[in-house]
Design a protein around this ligand. Sequence first.
Ligand SMILES: *Cc1c(COP(=O)(O)O)cnc(C)c1O
Ligand SMILES: [Zn+2]
Length: 556
Amino acid sequence: MSFVIRCLDCGQTAPYFPASANCTHCGNEWREAEYDYDALAQSLPASLAARPFDLWRYRELLPIRNPNPSLSLGEGGTPLIRAINLGMMLGNPNIFIKDERQGPTGSFKDRQAAVTIAALKEAGITEMVAASTGNVAIAYSAYAARAGIKLWAFVTSLVPAVKMREIALYGSQVIKVTASYDQAKQLAAQFARQRGLYQDMGARTITSIEAMKTIAFEISEQLTALLGPRTSSTGKPMWQTPDWYIQAISGGMGPIGVSKGFRELKRMGLTENIPAFGPIQTEGCAPMVNSWKKGLEKAEPVTTPRTHIETLATGDPGRAYTFLRNTVNETNGAFESVTDEEAFRAMHVLAKMEGISVEPAAAVAVAGLIKLIRNGQVKSTDVVVVNCTGHTMPAEQSVLGENWSRNITMPAQSAEGKPEDGLLAALASVAPDRFPRVVIVDDSADSRRLIRRILQSQGDYQILEAPNGQEGLELIRRELPDLIILDLMMPEMDGFAVLDALRATAETAEIPVIVASAKELTADEKTRLGGHIQALMQKGDFMNDEFLDEVQALIQ
Ligand SMILES: *Cc1c(COP(=O)(O)O)cnc(C)c1O
Ligand SMILES: [Zn+2]
């Protein structure tokens, strides 16, 4: 393919050699691949139609001369999954998870490794060095194994042992550095220089940025398939772009590459918009967020990162901050930070409400999104994509606490004893006979499912549902539940009428009621409710744990 490398400082162009890390004219390390976008605008859409949905479908926009299928592990082409329950809790129906867990080693670093290793192989390079907080080294190790390239992986001692062993399992040499991640990077760089080895340079690596672009391409194609084409200002059908791209960042390589991808789509006339960027960090290591909030043009490094989420431990982002800051400002995005605790809570929510178990670093992005929605920066109508990655273990420990399992020890089987007795007794200890009964009255099946899921995920309830006021009333009179969750806006018999009927009979008058409403109530409506309800929750404005707190307070 025809492409050149352009220096982002002096503009000099040069051919691409993976081993040359600087502009030959001015020495700058920040350079970018540039393609023949006008020609591609004509040819790309037709070429794509016949290709499988993986990273290499965009091969004309990657800095590889001859893609080598024998190195592939099935990179790219990850699903885009709508987060329906999270969306209902937050009042935003268009939250999508770009599910990078489904890459060959479970993180979006697989893209970087696939493209970089392909370039090294093409250039005849057989040994390389990378500093990593875990996922980069795991991804490189897998692809290096396939390509016959030796990897020296410099990891900090905070990287979980399971991740280190995974690196070693692939045959890479793990070098455990007891120091900060920034120091480990310096050490790796020194080692690479001494031995004259190729070194991964994070966001300054051409292949890494180019690989991350494919996330943008895929998102646009997937949203177009899901939502239909977007109509351009001149009435032409175009590819979709999300309104927001949210990602947890360390060095910032992901969003720098993804933004280049969206810029290229626009440059080729396939899209008209670029999403707002929302890079998220942990409060204990948030040099970019803090510097942006202070309005600084250069990042103030954090010398001692204080976070349990070691994947995000870049304290000194260097010039990556400047590039990302420009992207955030130009796209009306926002940097945001969250605490480790908020991230762990988001991790738990995503797992139990959506069935998606991500690693704490990815949960930082989800927690950031929750914050951006709650403070009004992300609007309820915005289409949002969050980049999520796997490797849940060994973090569940911090999320689940104690008492997450109920244990059964089977009694020893004696010759004359009846084994069923022991079995039944054991099972009785696992689940009591009677659970508190909750009736949900709501005409929206989605809302009923959300409430049911929130209750199920946390405790032992017997959950009964009715799709309208009349059936709800009958169900309540028959079952006399411990708690009622009532929608106000229903056709025919609405929630107000149900409440009036409940108050009219002594049997049902005292059952606690949580009212769920799709909108802010008027003063008149509030008067009609009077003191008859125990809690009023606005749909689209509560998280699962807030809801459960209300339920638990009322049922005890
Ligand atoms: C590497 C990584 C990040 C940080 O990515 P950058 O774009 O390099 O800042 C975030 N989350 C996960 C899961 C990662 O593996
Ligand atoms: Zn230059």
